[in-house]
Design a protein. Structure first.
Length: 465
């Protein structure tokens, strides 16, 4: 029997158990109530507007039937998401019994052969190699397209339930998001968060959507048989909205606050935000500024080598010319003039100042889910336009599974970029194993050339966020 719709939270086999495990240190509390945790590049820090991070609230409680809580897939020391290293460590220490290893969505497919009371590591290879949770969604009944072929290595997916593999989005820095979930499906109500000069209304839409997501996640991921109480759902959302997370120090550059730099989460709490604050597509204020990142301006020309590299990387992020073409959501956007191509930069999409997501709820298709980029561990779906007969292959239809629109196939939101260092791999499906792989994708997709220095500087900047 097929499983119902799952709500992916904010989403060599025998060698897994024998592989080298990188175990994250538990976050260390400080006198101010924040949490610090090491990652590969330095230290990330989380703070809360309520003054301390309470680990006794509903976010940390088992409110379903399978032992999971929100923190099962949103781990503080893993950027409030999960990492393959952390997942493998849990498999090894629990012999596969940790609550994250549930067949509802932790396994590649619910149809695997059990060995004793636990499943073999191979059943969770997507979770262990990419940190992907399986999301199951059907083709909408009135969609403009139909499924004509499935190539699923796990022999499960069908039109009534496509298997989609997605990274859990961070449950921090949520004050800046313009839509909820990779494909925006948890935005509850008919009004998107695109209302100019209506911060209270937009905030209420955000809160209502997060409440909806918390309930869906509990009934889906945690297999809850009883709905959350209003108090439990509100407690989860209040906890999440209070959190800010960012890298606070770099092993090579030192403190990311040195000399007046604006790294760290405490500064995040001071940054202004409203829907469309710096949007260049349907610019609500008419004041788009491509220089969207200014965290490390003060390090420009620094005599400290890595600080200077971070500042150069920030400048490249703001200004390096990218010829943008074939991006659904941009090149076909009438608000933008539907240009066949135009020159932009990283901040064309990552335009929320000093945070890095898109400041309007505009999902984009930059090609990550294109069939041409499919790897053997991903299902491949062939979709056909019912009117034109045109076909397309994709590993994930994205927004189109909510709207049923042909033009929305492969479209996803861009995530908040802060605290990147703690939560590799990247993109909605974990297809970029590290920041260098992210740059490889963009270089290939937009025919970019990075010098060795530019690449090093960009990585230094991104890992400092």
């Amino acid at each position: 029997m097929k499983l119902g719709k799952q709500s992916c939270c904010l989403f060599g086999v025998a060698s897994f158990a024998a592989s080298v495990l990188i175990v994250s240190k538990a976050p260390a509390s400080d006198p101010d109530g924040g949490l610090n945790s090491n990652n590969a590049f330095g230290v990330a820090r989380t703070v809360s507007t309520v003054g301390s991070i309470d680990r006794t609230g509903p976010f940390f409680k088992n409110l379903g039937s399978n032992g999971r809580s929100c923190v099962s897939c949103h781990v503080p020391e893993e950027g409030w998401s999960i990492t393959p290293e952390g997942v493998r460590a849990r498999f090894a220490s629990s012999h596969g019994t940790d609550p994250i290893f549930r067949r509802v969505d932790g396994s590649n497919t619910p149809n695997f052969h059990m060995i004793g009371v636990t499943a073999p590591a191979s059943a969770f290879s997507m979770l262990m190699t990419k940190g992907d949770i399986r999301v199951e969604r059907p083709i909408p009944p009135n969609a403009e397209f139909e499924l004509t072929a499935v190539d699923d290595p796990y022999h499960y997916a069908s039109a009534s339930g496509l298997s989609l593999y997605r990274r859990p989005l961070p449950t921090t820095n949520l004050r800046f998001i313009s839509t909820v979930m990779w494909d925006g499906r948890e935005v509850n109500g008919t009004t998107p968060m695109t209302i100019a000069n209506a911060p209270e209304l937009n905030h209420q839409i955000l809160v209502t959507s997060l409440l909806h997501q918390a309930r869906d996640a509990t009934s889906g991921h945690a297999e809850g048989h009883v709905d959350l109480t209003d108090s439990q759902a509100q407690g989860i959302v209040d906890f999440e909205l209070a959190l800010s997370t960012a890298q606070i120090s770099d092993f090579k550059a030192g403190s990311l606050l040195a000399g007046g730099a604006l790294g760290g989460p405490e500064n995040i709490e001071t940054f202004p935000f409203y829907i469309g604050i710096n949007d260049n597509v349907a610019d609500l204020k008419g004041q788009f500024n491509p220089i969207a990142m200014s965290l490390f301006d003060v390090w420009d020309g620094s005599t400290q080598r890595v600080q200077a590299s971070i500042a150069r990387g920030e400048r490249i992020f703001n200004t390096k010319a990218i010829v943008i073409s074939g991006v659904k959501g941009l090149n076909d956007n009438p608000y933008f003039g539907s240009p066949q191509s135009f020159t932009g930069s990283c901040t064309t999409c990552h335009n929320t100042p000093n945070v890095g997501d898109h400041s309007l709820a505009i999902a984009l298709n930059i090609g990550i889910a294109d069939g041409s980029r499919r790897t053997p561990d991903m299902p491949l779906y062939t979709l056909m336009n019912k009117l034109s007969g045109e076909t397309v292959t994709t590993t994930d239809p994205g927004l189109a599974l909510s709207t049923g629109k042909w033009k929305d196939i492969g479209r996803f939101k861009g995530p908040v970029l802060r605290a990147l260092a703690s939560r590799a791999p990247y993109f909605h499906n974990g297809s970029a194993k590290d920041l260098d792989a992210v740059l490889d994708f963009y270089a290939d997709r937009f025919d970019l050339t990075f010098t060795k220095q530019e690449r090093a500087d960009l990585v230094a900047f991104l890992r400092s966020l």
